[in-house]
Design a protein around this ligand. Structure first.
Ligand SMILES: *Cc1c(COP(=O)(O)O)cnc(C)c1O
Length: 361
């Protein structure tokens, strides 16, 4: 008997869990569960967003030239080798669709971002997980898991939810250690938070097997609008463009992202404010007996004695109107991921955790 059924692998996909945004009965919720920019987008981006409303009857450009050129100018990238998508999630999806499939493997690490697994399974590929070393990506461990079937290796640098990163030499060693049949994908969702870091762009320029993804959802404060991009060798970008829908991005997305990326002064302000508040938050929590690895991103991964204490602290934060992210699903049951909010939010977090620990601040 035949029946309608999805492709193999589809039913194995566990739905993506996003950070919560509501607490019943609480009005002024502090949302620190999705690594959003607490200051929102820049005024220039908002102005472009509003302007786009005059053109809603027009189809958007299909080649995204203006946005690609703006990204190229600001980040020193070749615009011909940029592809824009509906968040960097769409670029990850394109990569899996184009290069992975049944009887191939997609590699990522122990605490890696959950979209790698979901996109690999959606393409019918087999997800393979390499261990990390104390919440840090381990290049040797990844290379040990590579097989003839490996097509894609995903690494976020800095990584989510660990907040740690590895050096450019390590990344280069990984790229050089891969067989010719595998592409290395550097997910640079948090690259802008690292002063002077290019997200792996130079490595992309020097190699034929490295792709970088970036997003407007984090430092640019545009998670709600859904814009990201990929940068890679010409051949790879040409492949991805074949499966990209011609109108995947609206005029509103394109115009807003262009204004956002050009407002480098605002980006710089967000970077320095994040660094300042992140250091303050990490130190205050450490003094309360809640350590975290040195963060390279816009969140910290707070460590507790065990899962029970992490869950109890999450419940306390919640009852104080603060949402953070549980990360047991990422193999980190004794941790909570806390986005660096504005100053008032950071103070509320410390106040709440101090209360939980029965301490004075
Ligand atoms: C937030 C995040 C992204 C961004 O995804 P978008 O689809 O661009 O919103 C990508 N990778 C990682 C690791 C992230 O944490």
């Amino acid at each position: 008997m035949s029946s309608i059924s999805p492709q193999p692998g589809i039913m194995d996909i566990s739905l993506y869990k996003s950070g919560e945004s509501r607490i019943d009965g609480v009005e002024d919720v502090v949302k620190l569960s999705s690594n959003e920019n607490p200051f929102g987008p820049s005024d220039a981006a908002l102005e472009a967003f509003r302007k786009s409303s005059a053109q809603l009857h027009r189809y958007p450009s299909t080649d995204h030239r203006e946005l690609r050129e703006a990204i190229g100018e600001v980040h020193g990238l070749d615009p011909e080798r940029i592809i824009c998508g509906v968040g960097s999630d769409e670029i990850i999806t394109f990569l899996c669709q184009a290069y992975a499939g049944p009887r191939t493997e997609v590699l990522y690490t122990e605490h890696g971002f959950s979209m790698y697994r979901i996109s690999a399974q959606a393409a019918g590929a087999t997800p393979v997980v390499a261990p990390e070393r104390d919440r840090v990506v381990d290049v040797e461990a990844i290379l040990a898991k590579v097989t003839k079937k490996t097509r894609l290796v995903f690494i976020a640098n800095p990584a989510n939810p660990t907040s740690t990163m590895i050096g450019s030499n390590e990344i280069a060693r990984l790229a050089d250690g891969l067989p010719k049949t595998a592409l290395l994908v550097l997910d640079g969702a948090y690259a802008e938070f690292v002063d002077g870091y290019d997200g792996g762009a130079a490595l992309v320029d020097q190699r034929q097997n490295v792709v970088m993804t970036r997003t407007f959802s984090k430092i640019y404060g545009l998670g709600g609008l859904r814009i990201g991009y990929g940068y890679g060798p010409q051949e790879v970008i040409d492949v991805l463009n074949r499966i990209r829908g011609p109108f995947n991005l609206s005029k509103t997305q394109l115009m807003t992202a262009e204004a956002a990326v050009r407002d480098t002064e605002y980006t710089e302000k967000c970077r320095s404010e994040n660094a300042r508040l992140r250091a303050w938050l990490a130190k205050a929590l450490a003094e309360l007996g809640v350590p975290s690895d040195t963060s390279c991103a816009n969140f910290i991964l707070a460590r507790f004695t065990d899962e029970e204490e992490a869950n109890a602290c999450e419940a306390r934060l919640r009852s104080d109107g603060i949402l953070v992210r549980k990360v047991a699903g990422y193999g980190l049951p004794n941790c909570l991921r806390i986005t660096v909010g504005d100053e008032a939010s950071c103070r509320r977090v410390v106040h709440s955790i101090a209360g939980f620990k029965g301490r004075r601040e």
